[in-house]
Design a protein around this ligand. Structure first.
Ligand SMILES: CC(C)(COP(=O)(O)OP(=O)(O)OC[C@H]1O[C@@H](n2cnc3c(N)ncnc32)[C@H](O)[C@@H]1OP(=O)(O)O)[C@@H](O)C(=O)NCCC(=O)NCCS
Length: 325
């Protein structure tokens, strides 16, 4: 079908919306989708290697994939990541929308829009309360579908001199599996102060631990008693120590500033120039970190049911770097 009609009388082209057929992808179609998105997210990997990695990745296998087809071929695609959000202690079913993509030669014809509309309608039918995404492009594109930006900041501490470490704590690398039950408990208690965050049930923890298996984990302990007071999940990228996530036991006095001091010193010893992360709004944070609005990876929320008021949720939510999809 010729999708452009030309009207000589008014001298302009009118774009006629071509209808996509949207389907949920089985394995063969997933392969085709992953092949298509290689041009956007494949980096240095060869196409076959990239597709194989996506097929076996815990993150991508956990998602449902949807494709928009033209003449039976996928031209647009996205991932549906099942999530639960904890909102003031109440659990809401949510869909994480990720990897929205249209094959370059098919862009600008409304295909990603049709696919998103279809998937959000399906989520409403499945009584999903909220949709969440992290945008890498101008948020205006997603605002058309009811998404609005959340408060999103990046925190950075420049590291240029030795840090005075508090005497009562040790900070040491750990194998997280050995401390997982404790980490889970601390995560839950630490996050209960945030109005909205991603809830982790045991399935989600299992997935999240395998999702990116390379980070380094550290534990903050009381020197005298050996008691655990906090944890951090870290990664070094170029000359920056990234704090993908941390948590402190709310009962451990002075643990949080001690953790920040140890992070700064660890970064200095690793010859990093800065410590950086998407940190939650915590008292005293500004003593250590400078905060700036994020320019990319901005979380956006859309309510999918009429009883959800997304405005207060957007202001009070927090998502870690480790939760990005
Ligand atoms: C973003 C993308 C999915 C849009 O697909 P599409 O099928 O062309 O989208 P639609 O035709 O439904 O809508 C087109 C609109 O997308 C918006 N858009 C496209 N690329 C954009 C970008 N980089 N930044 C902001 N908006 C963009 C424009 O507003 C455009 O509107 P216009 O046609 O009036 O100019 C596609 O450009 C793509 O695959 N980009 C690479 C992957 C990517 O960055 N995905 C987004 C991750 S958050």
């Amino acid at each position: 079908m010729n999708e452009w009609l030309y009207f000589a009388s008014c001298q302009r082209a009118i774009h006629v919306r071509e209808k996509l057929r949207v389907v949920e992808a089985g394995e063969a179609l997933r392969r085709a989708i992953f092949r298509n998105v290689h041009e956007s997210w494949g980096g240095e990997l060869l196409v076959d290697e990239f597709v194989a990695r996506r097929l076996r990745s815990p993150h991508h296998s956990r998602a449902r994939w949807f494709a928009g087809l033209i003449a039976g071929e996928p031209v647009s695609s996205l991932g549906w990541f099942p999530l639960k959000l904890s909102v003031c202690g109440r659990l809401l079913n949510a869909v994480g929308v990720g990897a929205v993509h249209t094959v370059p030669q098919w862009r600008g014809r409304g295909f990603a829009s049709q696919l998103l509309e279809h998937v959000l309608a399906q989520a409403r039918q499945e009584e999903i309360a909220v949709a969440l995404l992290f945008t890498e492009i101008d948020p205006a594109f997603y605002e058309r579908f009811g998404f609005r930006c959340c408060n999103a900041r990046v925190h950075t501490a420049v590291v240029n001199r030795p840090v005075k470490l508090p005497q009562q704590f040790l900070f040491e690398p750990i194998h997280p599996q050995r401390h997982l039950a404790w980490i889970k408990r601390v995560h839950e208690r630490f996050h209960s102060t945030l109005q909205l965050h991603i809830h982790r049930d045991s399935d989600y923890w299992h997935y999240w631990m395998q999702r990116w298996p390379v980070p380094k984990w550290f534990l903050l302990r009381h020197k005298a008693s050996g008691q655990r007071a906090g944890y951090a999940r870290l990664r070094a990228r170029e000359r920056t120590l990234l704090v993908e996530e941390y948590g402190v036991d709310p009962d451990a006095a002075a643990a949080e500033p001690a953790l920040f001091a140890h992070l700064a010193e660890l970064a200095r010893q690793a010859r990093c120039e800065a410590v950086s992360g998407w940190l939650p709004p915590r008292p005293g944070l500004e003593r250590w970190f400078h905060a700036e609005p994020r320019r990319s990876c901005i979380p956006m929320l859309a309510p999918l049911q009429t009883d959800i008021d997304a405005k207060p949720l957007r202001q009070s939510c927090h998502f870690w770097m480790s939760e990005y999809f």
